[in-house]
Design a protein around this ligand. Structure first.
Ligand code: ZN
Length: 255
């Protein structure tokens, strides 16, 4: 447990510290916090950049992909120079340049049941911005089992969604919202459907904001709510989530 901020850190985070809701105490809480970012792509890029800039003390990045030229339209943590590199290495390089005060851990792997369980247990909170349902379900199940808050976002074309899951606080889990049997068949990847790059930036930044608020314990949590954004209509809508009593993952017992 680190109790203090250095002179450098006080300067770096001064605009946070000025906020009564954060202050020195909140900034120290962020320094002692850890977040696992699943996917170093369109969502993971802004999530990781803002969490690193905000001074989250330990950030884990997991992704098994390499940087491709077609990623750069939205995955702003990577550069033209990093094409062909492992995404986690490319991101680590940029994040370390942004904030050398924090610890970065990289996991060059695709999460499945057991590996998700192992990784999730090492962090306080999880941000999922991955591009496939198998990983989403594995991460959700691991978060439910370990009692970790999951801030989940997704984008397609001009639309985005965001939800914070913490089943013991109500609203169920990711599997209550998208039961495993539906998801596999109804979704297209960015490569198939296309995606407006800036939409991933907005949704990832909202995801980082909710994660930081959870770590600080400030504001409205977003647990039990699905936020949807339609960029073409510039419309945000929210929907209350409810647990599925028959959910095999969280049991749905908490409303
Ligand atoms: Zn559930």
């Amino acid at each position: 447990m680190k109790l203090d901020l250095s002179e450098n850190e006080i300067q770096r985070y001064s605009r946070h510290i000025l906020l009564p809701e954060v202050g020195g105490t909140g900034q120290v809480a962020l320094k002692n916090a850890s977040v696992l970012v699943v996917g170093a792509g369109g969502l993971g890029a802004p999530v990781a950049l803002y969490l690193a800039a905000a001074g989250v003390g330990r950030i884990g990045l997991v992704d098994d992909d390499v940087v491709d030229l077609s990623n750069l339209q939205r995955q702003v943590v990577h550069t033209t120079h990093s094409i062909g590199q492992k995404k986690v290495e490319s991101a680590r390089h940029q994040l370390a340049a942004l904030n050398p005060e924090i610890t970065l851990e990289t996991w060059d792997m695709r999460l499945d049941g057991p590996t998700a369980q192992e990784l999730v247990a090492r962090y306080d909170l999880v941000c999922d911005g991955c591009d496939n349902f198998a990983t989403r379900y594995a991460v959700n199940a691991a978060c439910v089992r370990a009692g970790k808050v999951l801030v989940s976002a997704a984008v397609q074309r001009f639309e985005g969604q965001l939800a914070t899951f913490s089943p013991e606080r109500g609203g169920g889990c990711y599997n209550c919202l998208y039961p495993a049997t539906d998801g596999e068949t109804t979704s297209l990847s960015c490569g198939e459907a296309g995606v407006f790059g800036a939409v991933t930036g907005v949704m990832g930044t909202l995801q980082a904001t909710q994660a930081l608020k959870e770590l600080l314990g400030i504001g409205q949590s977003g647990v039990g709510q699905l936020l949807m954004w339609d960029a073409l209509r510039m419309k945000f809508t929210t929907m209350a989530l409810s647990a599925d009593p028959a959910c095999p993952v969280c049991g749905g017992g908490h409303g």
